[in-house]
Design a protein around this ligand. Sequence first.
Ligand SMILES: [Zn+2]
Length: 244
Amino acid sequence: MQKNNPIIINVPHSSTIIPSEELKYFTTKNLQHELDVMTDHFCDDLFDTGERMIRFPISRLVCDPERFRDDSKEIMASIGMGAIYTRCSDGAELKSISPAHKEKLLERYYDRYHMELENAVQSALDRFDKCLIIDGHSFYDEPLPYELNQDKNRPDICIGTDENHTPKETEHILKQFFTERGYTVEINRPFAGSLVPLKYYRKDKRVMSVMIEVNRRLYIDHEIRKKDGYFRVKSDIAEILSKI
Ligand SMILES: [Zn+2]
């Protein structure tokens, strides 16, 4: 049963599905490797705490809803990893598509997803006069070549915050909880920020958001097999979400 509270879990990167009609545009020979390293494997289960979840149905290699739609606003677009990736995580070509096709993908996947998220936020605002988006991700235990932060010393848990939309109290509670449970925790390192739908971004403080990024070494091995720590991470996430 879905819980009756203003929390929305956003999981944009857990799918490995590439629609068959899109496969022909991929030019890389390393598609499986890209799926292995770029997918937030099992995050739709790790963050499945009974709260409402909005989960992107296809792989981020087809379309990444966590990026800005407009390439001119998206810093990762300069390395071919805006909302529609054309480059792999090591900078090699991923796929080749026309501007018209790109727009079609944005309309079909990006816009629909953001509409679904916006509707969920609006219905939480209507019912509770507030909303807390939990942006649920995981990250590779070593920096991938495309990543902005190349420091090899990565924490177990990264909390991403937005200065306008993350309450300081929520940040402190999360940091304290995970630290007490024995995890190393950092704020906005190696990944910063948390998703807020554009409609509310810097316009409506009732929309709160915080990102929780889990280091993959805690729950899967390099063959994407679940490790013993998997259920500990899952139950710790469920416990802290029941407290905030
Ligand atoms: Zn992610």
